[in-house]
Design a protein around this ligand. Structure first.
Ligand code: UDX
Length: 447
């Protein structure tokens, strides 16, 4: 099939590449000239495991092409995917500006029937807005061309995006038209493992399914973070509680890890947007609001523990930070808990020595060169002369450190672990003061 993808961010690039990988001919369009030039050279503008090799191979074999020319993109594919960003507007709602600009440009260049597939995360009713935008432009041009707008939300996780796309749990397609449904069924047939993964529904339900999935996962995390805060106060160990409740298959072990709060480009933005949608419909979404509030507080968890330990005297101290990205296997720092923490430490007069296997460049791009942020290229270097270590992201390389060397490099043997990577008792036995999330420092519960 001939496919066009608008937007070369995580979703667009992974979608285009994986669709080319199974034999389709894909053109990816982006307005960002530097990004397209970089992709044409076979370079990937961000880190995502496995993606670069796939892009290079499919480009070399002639199935994947990149352009800034919307006209070329529109002429190419019967299927036109919209996979551009929907950043939060001032009031928390999703900003549809980029989505509608693509719709407009598809309508301006359209010369034959198209199926427009919306992959961007958009509020319920957005497909109708895309449809109205295209209709208005076609009418203005006096062109009578058939088109459909389909909702096909994406569920990939950064860091595992290629795998998630190639082996999906499910593919959601929302359309009211049989012909569109059939074409999408054919398109996704190569990704059916063991059984048909396609779930067909109406457009609005498909749009809401994306928000519902992210909100449900965010709810699990905020629930566990709330429980961790209670565990802290009643001297219980949240890690034991996690293992205890996860054994119930109705609860399950996934997404019940307490931590420094959820971040990234999806959960914070999508929960806020869903809250906004509900208020716009005169419904007060109490649970979703609480999910967001709990996360907001949790992103301050590490800082409040640090403040309590140092009795609020942080001026002049240096903190070693392990982990800048919002989660492992990505360089993405959007809404990362590390940012809130770093900025709070700076505001209190402290400075930071940070190590992250991938995100140092991103941190430099965000914060520029400054004397109170040293970006180290080795994890040990971040420890040198620091008053404490703070772990913000659970990269594998942090899981089994050399504690002896850590103790000699740090000025004081104190660890604030926002990801519960170690067992409190053995770490305490090595002479550290070890703070984890929802775990007692040293008590009967950690015996
Ligand atoms: C998420 C969804 O998983 C994905 O399906 C959707 O398409 C986009 O949003 P992503 O943002 O890439 O993907 O990251 P994810 O792995 O889901 O983690 C999100 C955040 O939750 C991270 O900050 C992570 O640290 C946090 N998290 C996750 C927890 O704090 N505890 C958990 O148990 C799981």
């Amino acid at each position: 099939m001939r496919i066009t993808i608008f937007g070369t961010g995580y979703v667009g690039l992974v979608t285009g590449t994986c669709l080319a990988e199974v034999g389709n001919h894909v053109v990816c369009v982006d307005v960002d000239e530097a990004k397209i030039a970089c992709l044409q050279r076979g370079e990937v503008p961000f880190f995502e495991p496995g993606l670069a090799a796939l892009i290079r191979r499919n480009s070399a074999e002639g199935r994947l092409r990149f352009t800034t020319e919307a006209a070329e993109g529109v002429a190419h594919g019967r299927l036109q995917f919209i996979a551009v960003g929907t950043p939060p507007a001032e009031d928390g709602s999703a900003d549809l500006g980029h989505v509608l600009a693509v719709a407009q440009s598809i309508a301006e260049h359209m010369a034959d029937p198209k199926i427009v597939v919306n992959k961007s995360t958009v509020p319920v009713g957005s497909a109708d807005r895309v449809r109205a935008c295209i209709s208005a432009e076609l009418q203005r041009r006096g062109a009578d061309i058939d088109f459909d707008v389909v909702s096909n939300p994406e569920f990939l996780k950064e860091g595992a995006a290629v795998d998630d796309f190639m082996k999906p749990d499910r593919v959601i397609v929302g359309t009211g038209r049989q012909a569109s449904a059939e074409l999408l069924r054919q398109l996704y047939a190569p990704f059916n493992r063991n059984h048909d993964r396609l779930i067909m529904m109406d457009v609005r339900s498909a749009e809401l399914t994306k928000y519902a999935a992210n909100a449900m996962l965010a709810t699990k995390i905020s629930f566990m973070n709330e429980l961790a805060n209670i565990a802290d106060r009643v001297d219980a160990d949240i890690e034991r509680v996690r293992i205890g409740i996860g054994a119930d298959p109705r609860i399950g072990y996934d997404f019940i890890y307490p931590g420094a709060g959820y971040g990234g480009s999806c959960f914070p933005k999508d929960v806020k947007a869903l809250v906004r949608t509900a208020y716009d419909m005169d419904y007060a979404p109490q649970l979703l609001q609480a999910v967001e509030d709990v996360n907001e507080r949790q992103q301050g968890y590490l800082y409040s523990r640090i403040q309590a330990h140092f009795a609020g005297e942080l001026a002049g101290l240096t903190f070693a930070l392990w982990g800048l990205a919002f989660k492992p296997n990505t360089e993405d720092m959007r809404e990362a808990p590390s940012r809130r923490l770093i900025e709070s430490l700076w505001a209190a007069g402290a400075s930071v020595r940070a190590f992250d296997p991938k995100a140092a460049g991103e941190a430099r791009r965000i914060y520029g060169e400054r004397s109170d942020l040293v970006l180290c290229s080795k994890l040990e270097d971040a420890l040198d002369g620091a008053d404490a270590l703070v772990i913000v992201t659970e990269w594998n390389v942090f899981r089994s450190p050399d504690f002896e060397s850590m103790r000699t490099r740090l000025k004081r043997p104190v660890i604030f672990d926002g990801r519960n990577l170690y067992e409190p008792r053995p770490v305490a036995a090595l002479g550290f003061t070890y703070y984890a999330v929802g775990r007692p420092l040293d008590s009967s519960a950690s015996a």
